[in-house]
Ligand binder design. Structure first.
Ligand code: PCA
Length: 225
């Protein structure tokens, strides 16, 4: 007889992470989206959502717990990027932390590496141009981005890609930034936002493309930053 844990482990897992609210916000759309998708089945994979603390000292250790426990086939980390207007598919993680504000533990590290002696950068291994095409076909605002910043999101993106490159080469991973929810943007007139159901639909599409597309598309998509 297989235990519940053993049988659930036979279904391949796609891990999607979101961050705790930070910078005085009560909510973080990245976590809301991840939790909305938790438990769904997509292209033969079970989606498992995990929350990461918005803290430099604890974010990657928490990610490690989930990587070890779920042994996912795909990892997509999400984060809030207030002010961006669309789903932002990140291309590159840099080996740099340069916090513009304090994290949720009050830490504000400046000009330090994510991984001592690690390479300068890693590229996302998600099929981001195919994902972008799917989002645009669905009329969801989306863009490619060349910079995930230098705060906790970039730290997690870099740390994730470093772990996958060293120990789990067959696992695809990457990072997606999402805009504010409408109720967050109300405080900043003129700031873009997207409803939760639109962003959840967007991430479902992205995961589906990532799980079903081997070779990324090649076309001139344009980028921000
Ligand atoms: N966004 C921050 C960290 C947590 C989050 O959701 C960032 O872009 O670094």
């Amino acid at each position: 007889m297989t235990s519940a844990t053993e049988s659930s482990q036979q279904v391949p897992i796609a891990l999607i992470t979101g961050f705790a609210p930070f910078d005085g916000e009560a909510i973080n759309p990245s976590l809301e989206i991840a939790q909305s998708l938790d438990g769904e089945t997509l292209a033969g994979h079970r989606i498992v959502a995990a929350a990461l603390p918005t803290e430099f000292a604890r974010a990657l250790a928490t990610l490690d717990v989930h990587l070890r426990h779920h042994r996912p086939r795909l990892v997509v980390a999400l984060g809030q990027a207030g002010g961006r207007s669309g789903i932002s598919l990140e291309r590159v993680a840099v080996n740099l932390i340069d916090a513009r504000i304090a994290d949720n533990a009050g830490e504000q590290p400046v000009d330090v590496r994510v991984v001592h002696n690690g390479p300068a950068a890693y590229f996302s291994t998600l099929p981001i141009k195919a994902m972008l095409a799917a989002l645009r076909d669905a009329d969801i605002p989306a863009e490619l981005s060349q910079s995930a910043g230098a705060f906790v999101c970039n730290q997690v993106f870099y740390g994730l890609m470093h772990r996958l490159a060293r120990r789990r080469k067959h696992v695809r991973g990457g990072f997606i930034h999402v805009p504010y929810l409408p109720r967050q943007a109300e405080k900043f007139p003129g700031t873009a936002s997207l409803p939760l159901d639109t962003m959840t639909r967007a991430l479902r599409l992205c995961l589906h493309v990532a799980l079903t597309t081997q070779e990324d598309l090649r076309y001139a998509a344009g980028t921000t930053h």
